[in-house]
Design a protein around this ligand. Sequence first.
Ligand code: DC
Length: 222
Amino acid sequence: MINIAIDGPSSSGKSTVAKLLSKKLNILYLDTGAMYRACGLKAKRLGISCLDEKGVASFIGNIDLQVKYENGAQHVYLDGEDVSNEIRKNEVSMLASQISSLSIVREKMLEMQREVASKQPCVLDGRDICMYVLPNAKYKFFMTADAKIRAERRYKELLSKDQNVTFDDLLREINERDYNDSHRAFAPLAIAPDATVIDTTHLTAEQVVDIIVNEVNKGEGK
Ligand code: DC
């Protein structure tokens, strides 16, 4: 069964590439960041700080979080409500980064992610996929890009959604999230020793997809 694991920092292009890959290879795509975003949103709605471990422990075990696929696109439901658009808001990015540092949250998400991945060929993207969620995945990649380029990509994406942000704020937030995500105690963002590193600074999403498809075809003897 084809399992593709992709890790990398914020806005390195993982989700764009993973979406294209899932269409090209006809496999499922699970955006694991969306799940941490939904956890952050839940805490916010309950008025609980994402850094308050006891507060988060009070709801995470029973969180009503579902990932569904509608017309080929992933939708995230929280308490029965489709929050797919809301979790993309910029304010939720930092909440997701904070709440994802808690081991109780990571354990819960890991369980849900492995369950999805065990049932079908899939591509998962996130921060800890290669080393923790799917350590036995046959295909592992680490996508990265210069922080300024990532901030530019994110800036364009948010502008197209009419979100009021400045480039400087985004760059600062991206650096802050990189720091949080790679310095936490549990499953920090790191390059797996057996992952292929792809620097996307000067590559289009299609070029990255071609690199990955080539590796998969080689590995599958095609
Ligand atoms: O990929 P993203 O920006 O949607 O992820 C939001 C946050 O969730 C990110 O800052 C770190 C966290 N995350 C994680 O810790 N592990 C993952 N597998 C995916 C995301």
